[in-house]
Design a protein around this ligand. Structure first.
Ligand code: AMP
Length: 191
């Protein structure tokens, strides 16, 4: 089983790189942001709850997010592994993921930490907002999301370092080079 956590600030390229990893390694992809956006689009109760948080640039409460993740994980059959994109975003979620995988006789193989400077993140997200119309990709909400990232999510870097699973990736520059660096890190971790 290849279980990869792809980690980074909003706009660091997690989604783009996840698609490439899925294609190369044939694993499943969980993007918690995509799961929530689908719920909003379908007008479900969960979607209504999630929208309130997302529009404010805040995180969905851990207990709710952990339940959602468990049910998506259970929906995969004959999986070769999973890339977790946008989860965990808090220490509580990281601990829950560790436990959830342990219950299934699995572990996280590695955590890819995509690092991109703040001014570049801002530029990318504003551009994405113009192109895709994602409601939370506006300057005010982006700033809030970056504050949330630094206070609640960035501590996971040290947490995964302590677990011996952290792998730093330079997320700035040529897309192909970033993918190649990621594949090198994955191949090293599974050796
Ligand atoms: P993303 O598409 O990963 O940038 O996520 C968009 C928004 O969905 C975030 O700003 C949060 O409001 C919410 N969200 C996504 N994943 C999580 C998570 N693991 N925990 C809490 N909230 C999340």
């Amino acid at each position: 089983m290849l279980n990869i956590v792809i980690f980074g600030a909003p706009g660091s390229g997690k989604g783009t790189q996840s698609e490439r990893i899925v294609e190369k390694y044939g694993i499943n992809h969980i993007s918690t942001g995509d799961v929530l956006r689908a719920e909003i689009k379908n007008g479900t109760e969960l979607g209504k709850t999630a929208k309130g948080y997302i529009d404010q640039g805040q995180l969905i409460p851990d207990s709710l997010m952990i339940d959602i993740l468990a049910s998506v994980l259970d929906s995969f059959k004959d999986s070769k592994g999973v890339i977790f994109d946008g989860f965990p975003r808090t220490i509580a979620q990281a601990e829950a993921l560790k436990k959830m995988l342990a219950e299934r006789g699995q572990t996280v193989t590695l955590m890819l930490d995509l690092e991109v400077p703040e001014d570049e993140l801002m530029k990318r997200l504003i551009l994405r907002g113009q192109q895709s119309g994602r409601a939370d990709d506006n300057e005010e909400t982006i700033k809030k999301r970056l504050v949330v990232y630094h206070s609640q999510t960035a501590p996971l870097i040290d947490w995964y370092k302590q677990e011996g699973l952290h792998s730093h990736i330079n997320g700035l520059g040529d897309l192909e080079k970033i993918t190649a660096d990621i594949c090198t890190a994955i191949d090293k971790a599974v050796k």
